[in-house]
Write a protein that binds this ligand. Structure first.
Ligand code: SF4
Ligand code: SF4
Length: 467
């Protein structure tokens, strides 16, 4: 039973960890997948798909580009499906596989383990050498190594910040920011400086504390997992009682503490499942290496469920996984329907500010503004047609098709007039916008407003009488 955080000393000060390197199949697989993920994380905004970066949250133009698909600001409601879908997927996968995300794919783990700790190991040596260097008095050699390490840390943080900025700022603009003096782009410069500073602080010092103290996903674990969730655990039935190899009646664990030395959060997996465990599998490799050396079966520490570790059978299908899976499936169906209903253009018609209608000597007039947004990455021609109009109507605006450039927005007036003699009161009509190729059309029902027709007729008779 552990009742305190291993990285906090009893006086409240930080106990800095120097995790040893683990070697084995999971460490190798994690390293390879981490390099792949780093490439994906950093290159996504640089790879063009359909004329735009693969993933690009275009703040300036208020658009979101995702693998060739473009959402305009008006489609923001669709992000609800994206966010809730991610949430349900995380619930479902966590209920099945525990903290697979934390140990294998979270950018915090990926960059800390495979960039910053690599730099540290390269400059300061293995865990033993790093701890010795920490305890050594400051001298020219220690100062030089520390200075180079922190410079590299800051450079890496700066690089990551710039590359991530490409998710929000277009590449030409980013290139402009990078070459211009800070004074020309104060806001961007401050953002980059603060973000790089936070990254540096996190990766150079805060490290595993982010997972232990801050990350909400870590806190959610206990609510999302149960005895049948796949976790990394210690087989106490096989391992206990601990004892050196050859000790009579001793279990398989030789109490070498290797599993603790490699743990990036400093915990002892033999104490059972703990909130600090990020599921990195380093302790599996460490223990397997020991078991190989002493010729005992592997898997004393392994991926298994708590049920499996205590001799039971892991149940993959259970109420929790059915519920999370069902919600995920429902979300996917609704999201597919919602996304497929997105049209390649947006169209809005609204009344001009001022009076709702105007009554002239000869006619009644309603004034509208029509807004069309071409969401396609290519130019498109649109026709605006009016249906359900009574006889005697005239229009100005949108008499001919309009061509909009890629992502262009047009806001233009549409004036409708009806001769007084044809006016019989307010009526509804339909405005349709279609592209020239007729691949889609959008329709809006609009009301033509005007005075009471009887009042208008009386007014006309009155005028005749006075002539
Ligand atoms: S207990 Fe094992 S899996 Fe969990 S964080 Fe430590 S080394 Fe990684
Ligand atoms: S590495 Fe394996 S044998 Fe060594 S202490 Fe940990 S569980 Fe026991």
């Amino acid at each position: 039973m552990v009742d305190s955080v291993t990285t906090i000393n009893s006086d409240g000060s930080r106990y800095f960890l120097y995790p040893a390197d683990a070697r084995g199949r999971f460490s190798l697989a994690r390293r390879l997948s981490a390099y792949g993920l780093i490439v994906v994380y950093l290159l996504l905004p640089w790879i063009p798909v359909g004329g735009h970066p693969a993933v690009f949250i275009d703040i300036a133009e208020r658009r979101f580009h995702f693998l060739g698909y473009t959402l305009a600001a008006q489609d923001t409601w669709l992000l609800f499906f994206g966010v809730s879908g991610l949430g349900f997927a995380l619930f479902f996968l966590t209920a099945l596989f525990g903290r697979l995300w934390c140990g294998w794919a979270c950018p915090q783990t990926v960059f800390l383990d495979h960039v910053f700790r690599r730099i540290e190991r390269w400059l300061e040596g293995d865990a033993v050498a790093r701890r010795a260097l920490q305890l050594a008095p400051m001298g020219p050699s220690k100062f030089a190594r520390r200075a180079v390490k922190h410079l590299l840390y800051f450079f890496a943080s700066l690089l990551i910040t710039h590359l991530f900025l490409a998710y929000f700022v277009s590449l030409p603009e980013l290139w402009l920011f990078m070459r211009a003096a800070p004074g020309e782009h104060w806001a961007a410069f401050l953002f980059v400086f603060i973000a790089a500073g936070l990254l540096y602080f996190n990766f150079a010092w805060f490290r595993e504390q982010l997972c232990i103290v801050i990350c909400p996903y870590g806190r959610l674990q206990s609510a999302l997992t149960d005895d049948h969730t796949l976790v990394i655990g210690y087989d106490a039935r096989r391992g206990e009682p601990r004892g050196r190899a050859g000790t009579p009646a001793a279990g398989a664990c030789i109490a070498c503490n290797r599993c603790v030395q490699v743990c990036p959060t400093g915990i002892d997996i033999r104490h059972g499942l703990q909130l600090e465990c990020i599921g990195c599998a380093a302790c599996i490799d460490a223990c397997d290496e020991v078991m190989t050396k002493i010729h005992r079966p592997l898997g004393l520490v392994r991926y298994d469920s708590l049920a499996g570790l205590t001799g039971g059978v892991t149940r993959w299908v259970r109420p929790r996984t059915i519920l999370y899976g069902g919600l995920l499936l429902l979300g996917v169906i609704v999201a597919t329907f919602a996304f497929s209903s997105v049209q390649p253009a947006n169209f809005l018609i609204y009344r001009m500010s001022g009076a709702a209608y105007f009554v002239g000597a000869e006619e009644v007039r309603d004034q509208f503004m029509v807004r069309i947004v071409n969401k396609r990455p290519t130019p498109a021609t649109f026709t605006v047609s009016l249906e359900g109009l009574p006889a005697g109507m005239r229009q100005t605006g949108f008499l001919a098709p309009v061509t909009l450039a890629a992502q262009e927005e047009l806001v233009s007036p549409l004036i409708l007039l009806i001769d007084r003699k044809y006016y019989h009161g307010a009526f509804k009509f339909t405005v349709k916008v279609a592209d020239a190729a007729r691949t889609f059309s959008l329709a809006r029902s609009v009301e033509f407003m005007g005075p009471d027709a009887n009042l208008l007729t009386e007014d006309d008779h009155e005028k005749h009488r006075h002539r």
